[in-house]
Design a protein around this ligand. Structure first.
Ligand SMILES: [Zn+2]
Length: 284
């Protein structure tokens, strides 16, 4: 297991900003009764809030900006709808990213680009918490279309992140993109992969014959590798999300490409082996 890999001359690290506690209803099509080990004693599935650090010569890119310095109390209506008698204190808690960056030897001022795969609350929190830019020297890139799209299932805490983004926009650091593929730097590209949201992008990193992909929320649960019936509650267009997911998984399966997933427990890089049907294997 590794949360840090070298892709040729480029270092890619998975960092965790916190934890989200989701009731089963957030995963339509996933039969939790058949795999009760996925659920904690509080009745929810716990996932990390992943971000990825890409360090190349003269360039430090942060892919996704976590939930931010907030802990969101578990809403009573969601607990009631999910039938949770003893729900966790929070549905989502962030706050770990600054410490994770420091542990990686990176200061907020070192970040040159923040790339947002999409604008859900758990991907934008550290852009400008409280309206103050957290990465003072970074440009912030995301799909232009994401601005016009409101979340279909707004998460608690959605407003704070959006307010921070608006503040970032007002300072002029935002760089909206709309191309099918956009090059962030030599070897680092963003690829439009819509469905989870209309402007969702995945990132590829290639150097010296090696490649990694950061899939954002295109794949939300490991079991989606072999079950096309599992989706995620907040997907704008589940059918389109499924097509994007299958296209990417099919491209990546059986290859030596290392893959990072934002919300897989452990956040370690993986590959997709095909010797016995599709299965996740450790990268590196
Ligand atoms: Zn997410």
């Amino acid at each position: 297991m590794s949360t840090v890999i070298d892709v040729g001359g480029i270092k890619v690290s998975a960092l965790n900003d916190g934890e989200v506690h989701l009731p089963p209803m957030y995963y339509p099509g996933l039969d939790f009764a058949a795999c009760p080990e996925l659920l904690q004693a509080d009745g929810t599935y716990h996932i990390p809030v992943g971000c990825f650090l890409i360090q190349a010569r003269g360039l430090t890119v942060l892919v996704d900006a976590g939930l931010g310095p907030s802990s969101i109390p578990f809403p009573g209506d969601i607990a009631a709808a999910a039938g949770l008698t003893d729900p966790p204190e929070s549905i989502a808690a962030g706050g770990l990213l600054p410490g994770a960056l420091a542990a990686a030897g990176v200061a907020p001022a070192d970040i040159t680009t923040v790339f947002l795969t999409h604008l859900h609350a758990d991907h934008i929190g550290w852009v400008a918490p409280g309206g103050v830019l957290f990465f003072p020297n970074a440009v912030v890139m995301c799909a232009a279309v994401e601005w016009e799209t409101q979340p279909v299932a707004p998460a608690p805490g959605e407003l704070e992140g959006r307010t921070g983004l608006a503040a970032a926009r007002a300072t002029g650091v935002l760089r909206p993109i709309d191309a099918a593929t956009a090059e962030l730097a030599p070897g680092i590209s963003a690829h439009h992969s819509p469905g989870h949201t209309p402007g969702h992008y995945v990132i590829s990193v290639a150097s010296e014959g090696e490649t990694a992909y950061l899939l954002g929320d295109v794949v939300h649960h490991p079991l989606q590798l072999n079950d096309e019936g599992i989706s995620f509650l907040s997907e704008t267009e589940p059918e389109r999300a499924l097509r994007a997911r299958e296209e990417l998984l099919t491209t990546l399966q059986g290859s030596s490409v290392s893959i990072g997933m934002t919300h897989f427990p452990g956040l370690d890089f993986q590959r997709i082996a095909t010797a016995n049907g599709r299965e996740w294997t450790t990268a590196g």
